[in-house]
Design a protein around this ligand. Structure first.
Ligand code: SF4
Length: 273
């Protein structure tokens, strides 16, 4: 019998659904796997845009944007080299002359930070950033903890100005909007990740009204708003309890198919396609 997960996170849960066996290799057996360029690039885009928002001195000149990007990309590359020094073994999408490695991600990341600035400074937007990388670490009704970081929380401008002063007890009625940055090319087909964030934020700030969620797609340089009103603490708790039951009973279903192409555990997996 496997011990229960310490908490519920969307990344673990979604991996568990994509392929239970991959989840087991990575999170239970802790089989070492080389870093993937798309994770390195994606994390660097998050870091660079986070620093741009934290500094808040918009607009940035072209050379400042480049500095934000290069500092973040270098930091993530350093981490990856420490984890796995042989970069020829790092995983990547693309093949041959269009291999999506260093140069591909350098250029793509730079375009992403430029697009983020354009979007964040657009006069058409009337929302204020109330929180950057907002931590959630809350208890669902069953006692299972839900954890994660929300890339951005936006509120209307008046509420945004007083966000810091309100604290956990003073968010009654504030309308909020959660956003997740995506540096990949595919928009998620469902809104569950944003639903996790909605529920986590509502537990963290009782009375807050999380009205909507959105994916900000770097490749499109815009957000895609999706409905998330259907997600409640009880619904997330229900799936969390079933997920815990499956893990505790060693139910890790393999899902051979498209997921196998970039799976780091292909060599040891008997179901690999
Ligand atoms: S190779 Fe395919 S079936 Fe095997 S663990 Fe990876 S994704 Fe799952």
């Amino acid at each position: 019998m496997t011990s229960r997960p310490k908490y519920l996170s969307h990344s673990a849960y979604s991996q568990f659904l994509r392929c239970g066996l991959q989840y087991k290799y990575e999170r239970i057996d802790k089989v070492p796997a080389p870093p993937a360029w798309y994770f390195i690039g994606g994390r660097a885009v998050h870091l660079a845009t986070e620093r741009m928002d934290a500094a808040g001195t918009w607009p940035y000149a072209a050379d400042q944007l480049k500095e934000f990007w290069e500092a973040a990309f270098d930091q993530e590359l350093d981490l990856a080299f420490r984890e796995w020094p042989e970069d020829s073994e790092w995983r990547h999408t693309g093949r041959g002359s269009v291999e999506h490695g260093h140069d591909y991600w350098y250029n793509r990341g730079l375009l992403a930070v430029e697009a983020w600035q354009d979007w964040r400074t657009s006069p058409a937007r009337n929302l204020e950033v109330a929180g950057v990388e907002v931590e959630i670490d809350e208890e669902l009704p069953s006692g299972i903890r839900i954890k994660g970081y929300i890339d951005r929380v936006f509120v209307d401008q008046e509420a945004g100005a007083s966000w810091a002063l309100r604290g956990a007890g003073g968010m009654q009625g504030v309308q909020a909007h959660v956003l997740d940055l995506k540096s990949g090319t595919k928009r998620p087909s469902g809104a569950l990740q944003l639903g996790f964030y909605k529920v986590g934020l509502e537990l963290k700030f009782p009375g807050i009204d999380v009205r909507s969620g959105a994916w900000w797609m770097a490749k499109d340089a815009k957000e895609f708003v999706v409905p998330i009103g259907q997600f409640t603490a009880d619904k997330i708790d229900y799936l969390a309890q079933d997920y815990y039951k499956a893990v505790e009973n060693d139910i890790f279903l393999p899902n051979p198919g498209a997921e196998c192409m970039w799976c780091p555990f292909k060599k040891q997996c008997p179901y690999s396609e």
